[in-house]
Design a protein around this ligand. Sequence first.
Ligand code: NOJ
Length: 588
Amino acid sequence: MKLVRRIVLATALLSTCALAQPPSAHPAGEPWWKAALFYEIYPRSFADSNGDGVGDLNGITQHLDYLQQFGVDAIWITPMYPSPQVDFGYDISNYEAVDPQYGSLSDMDRLISAAHQRHLKVLLDMVLNHTSDRHPWFIASSSSRDNPKSDWYVWNDGVDTHAPGVTPFQQRYVHDGRVPPNNWESVFGGSAWQWVPARHQFYYHRFYAQQPDLNWRNPAVEKAMFAAMRFWLDRGVDGFRLDAISTLFEDPKLHNDPQLPGTNDQGDPNLRSQYSDNLPEVHDVLRRMRAMVQSYPGDRVLIGETYTPDVAELEKWYGGARHDELQLPMDTVPGFGDQANFSADWFRKSLQASQQVTGEPLIVFDNHDNARSIDRFGDGTHNVARAKVIAALLLTTRASALTYYGAPIGMVTSTPKRKQDVRDPQGITGWPKNKGRDGERTPMQWTPGFQAGFSTAQTTWLPVNGDYRTVNVQSELQQPDSLLNWYRQLIALRKSEPALRDGAMQFLDTSNANVLTFRRAGPQPVIVVMNFSNAPQPLDTSMASGRVITLAATASQLLHRTTLQGATLPPYGVWVFKPVGVTLHMAR
Ligand code: NOJ
């Protein structure tokens, strides 16, 4: 009881400390998601309202005030549907319900309506590529070769062990003298084909064996999945993040994927997924899906999990020139394309490219599948200072922005030290080379109190990281120069400065290897400068002469500056300012 009271008090404190932020004001005719800030919530880890050590929907609802005051426009909740939780929700056994450990359908309805009252949009995760092997569709499909769902998954007889062209990798998986029909691999290790004695056949699973791939060549599958999406659209959700969307279709001839030198961190041969990923048929589905989603009022949005090597590849996810597929495919190149490259040159190059897409870019530095950006871009000594630079990239670029719970307070990746503590399947099969994704999924750190204010349980599903006494929302709200307050300042600016929301991006001083500078255009332009080095850097004073007004700065010596002349950016310093009544020298 005492603990519960403490958490309630702490939550009340969080609400009073935070300053309310207005909802984004959009020029007439602009959809709400343009320049919006999306916030990804991993429900197991966000807030545990019933003390069982696992986060839940009511925990999210209890923190909506905080999210609204922080300045979020929309939340994306990773899968909260009934699931055996082999892949923590990405193995769904019922698309039209809520897993009892996260709450009930009424809890979800309450969450949606409470979010809407606060001008927050709600997006769900839609896993279309595969279901759980416990989904009634798969239970039926795997029971025999002639049941009504027999063709809902990707089944194959396999080939004779000694058939020509069979690779040594395939030969590791012999069943009744047959091996998988090709060399395709599961992302979580081993062959992507699993034998089912009842059918005397293999089924295909790009992810875990408990995640069989649906057969999207069967129109009944599309119909059923669109019905599931409608179920939630009818309940008021504002859109979906489409999981693993590029993998819906496979080559009908099941050609081997080309083999590359070496092995991956699961110990399997490296392959190029030429025949098992990015097949063009997915775009027909997306066009129909966009039309279906668009038939609902309120600019419902489709976000895609689209890891592409470059921006040119991204264009097709918008639907090319027709723009009739995803409104917001994720541009993962700046944030994940070169994970250790904290340099002005890398971000200038990748963000310049982001600006070339013909739709609204969506940039992202953190999610539940990758080590947290504070570690990836950190050098071990200046991690928080560098995280402030990353926050500025996320929030001052012309793009919609996606952040992840914990990133704004600088939660770190807390990878299990022993194999027996790993919960993520990827880490179990990949240990020790791949230790899985538990590190970026630890409980949210709300307060310096018991279990970081996440739960009243003695044990939580993953342990709270040991740094919670200093790295938590409550403490950081009270420190003016915390990472959290830096995020809040930048979010407030994004809402108050039209140039930061809509203005075109123009890169300045482009040969500077240490300082990234860009201007956001508009009647009141804004200039952003960021020092990527650990040494003070003089500013290029030729970009504006005359007076400037500081809008935000990481260093106090910049806060009161009124001109550029003689200004120096401290190590990892960020300065956001507005030139006033001056000549701008932009032709660079
Ligand atoms: C991508 C999701 O983000 C990841 O967490 C999951 O394991 C796979 N898709 C399979 O659904």
